[in-house]
Design a protein around this ligand. Structure first.
Ligand code: GDP
Length: 478
């Protein structure tokens, strides 16, 4: 099961990103910055009372821009765009999240924009007769009205309630009809613990022994790169058997299918837009939607438009794939439109990898979803990537490999001390994670880590999959 998702919604300037940062805390930056790529975090993992969940900042996308990272002029509170923006945000949260934190702010009191959001969130009320449990999305769209639980559950938080006086004022937010207002201070942290206690209590729990055997493949990429065309092609393939009931969940459309006897779930982020479920003008949510799909996926097919090349959106999505240690296949689509010479593919591959900050282990396929060229290679490569993702290297083989690597190219020394690797083991798969016991982790240099990774991949390619290395200090005489 993918981690549960908690969305923060609220009008601009109530402190959504402060709350996001407080919940998420500091997380090690895994991916180094490439100039020109935006690295805003919109979804990140958080932990509370032993529960791990993802937090999504739906306001992290600047309303005035076409995508994340741009710092456009703030929207005027009265503009039609402003209303459209908060509407899109609330709808997106309802569609994607397991729980919603609706953030307001005490000093300005209840504003019309808050009312607007409250009204939208109330629309997700289920009819009182509905059976409990997860409901297919279309059933959740009941007219605003009486009774029923909010699905997803909504927690009203009133920010900037640092003082007792302000906490008293927060009571006024009962007016929104969203239940009890939780006075908090995102900046100072007061009240946040109580809020989180309630939030994690409603998050879905993974059933014990619930192992999803299906390979989950997400099709992501910017609008018009050809995702829908590719999906249709894939479903039309001879070896593909599509189950009669495609499941529709959250912010993507899932198609259950079988390929060569293997059960696969294709997570499609394009189709939902086509179905007209989402208000117009929310194209910018495609990045968030892609992230939502990637969270649930094993392998992401990142579909690029060969003519458009790598866009900022693509780079943003690619950064998230690496951050989450998901596997990825670059699918360069519309290759039929490119004038080719003998080495065009090689040059293009190099360039795309560089721009996406992907290393050589990420495979690239050049297809035409329109003509069908090489589409038959997409699923086989995705499945191969998934199989390698699950590889477990026996400890003895791993240690022999490390010993040989060290002999061939001894580790660096610093101030007269040399790194010693005492023992290595693969502590988990999915993502493949390796723990190295060393004399002093400080002596491990990035370039040496890269060297070890390369040696490892020579024997076990882990095609398309980022590897996680961690180094722990161990006394040499134990
Ligand atoms: P999506 O937004 O990513 O789902 O993109 P669509 O699948 O809707 O495709 C956008 C446009 O690109 C449509 O007009 C498609 O016909 C066209 N298209 C998709 N794949 C290809 C391709 O391989 N070659 C060419 N020439 N056009 C394509």
């Amino acid at each position: 099961m993918a981690r549960p998702l908690v969305a923060i919604v609220g009008r601009p300037n109530v402190g959504k990103s402060s709350l996001f940062n407080r919940l998420v805390g500091e997380r090690l930056a895994v991916v180094d910055d490439t100039p020109g790529t935006t690295r805003d975090r919109l979804i990140a993992a958080a932990e509370w009372s032993g529960r791990i969940f993802d937090v999504m900042d739906t306001g992290g996308i600047d309303p005035a821009s076409g995508g994340p990272g741009h710092k456009g002029a703030p929207l005027s509170v009265d503009s039609a765009d402003y209303i459209r923006e908060i509407r899109a945000q609330a709808e997106f949260a309802i569609q994607s999240a397991d729980a919603v934190i609706f953030l307001t702010e005490v000093t300005s009191g209840v504003t019309p924009a808050d009312q607007e959001i409250a009204q939208l969130l109330r629309r997700s009320r289920t009819a009182p007769t509905q059976p409990p449990g997860p409901l297919p999305r279309p059933l959740r769209e009941f007219p605003p009205g009486e009774g029923g639980e909010l699905r997803p559950p909504v927690f009203l938080a009133v920010n900037r309630s640092e003082t007792e006086a302000r906490r008293q004022e927060a009571v006024a937010f009962y007016e929104l009809g969203m239940g009890e207002p939780h006075p908090i201070s995102a900046l100072h942290g007061t009240g946040v613990a109580d809020l989180l206690d309630e939030v994690v209590a409603v998050l879905p729990q993974a059933e014990a022994g619930e192992e999803d055997e299906r390979v989950k493949i997400a099709i992501v990429g910017k609008p018009n790169s050809g995702k829908s065309t590719l999906l249709n092609r894939l479903l039309g393939e001879e070896r593909v058997i599509v189950s009669p009931i495609p499941g529709t969940t959250r912010d993507a459309i899932d198609t259950e299918m079988e390929y060569g006897g293997l059960p696969i779930t294709l997570i499609d982020t394009a189709g939902i837009r086509r179905r007209g479920k989402i208000a117009p003008g929310v194209e910018k949510y495609s990045v968030l939607r892609a992230m939502g799909a990637i969270r649930r996926a094993d392998v992401a097919l990142l579909v690029l438009d060969a003519l458009a090349g790598v866009t900022a959106q693509d780079a943003h999505i690619a950064g998230y794939v690496l951050e989450e240690y998901k596997s990825v296949v670059i699918v360069v689509n519309k290759w039929d439109l490119v004038e080719k010479e003998s080495d065009t593919m090689a040059i293009y591959t190099r360039q795309v990898r560089q721009e996406l900050n992907f290393l050589d282990y990420v495979p690239a396929l050049f297809i035409s979803a329109l003509t069908g060229r090489r589409v038959d290679q997409v699923l086989p490569i995705a499945l191969q990537v998934q199989e390698e993702r699950l590889t477990r290297i026996p400890t003895s083989a791993l240690n022999q490999l490390v010993r040989e690597a060290v002999t061939r190219h001894p580790p660096p020394s610093h101030a007269g001390r040399r790194l010693k690797i005492l023992y290595a083991s693969q502590v988990r798969t999915d993502p493949p994670t390796f723990l190295f016991h060393v004399n002093d982790p400080e002596l491990m240099h990035f370039s040496y880590e890269r060297y070890l990774e390369n040696r490892l991949r020579e024997a076990y390619p882990f095609t398309g999959t980022p590897l996680r290395f961690s180094f722990r200090k161990r006394r040499e005489d134990t």
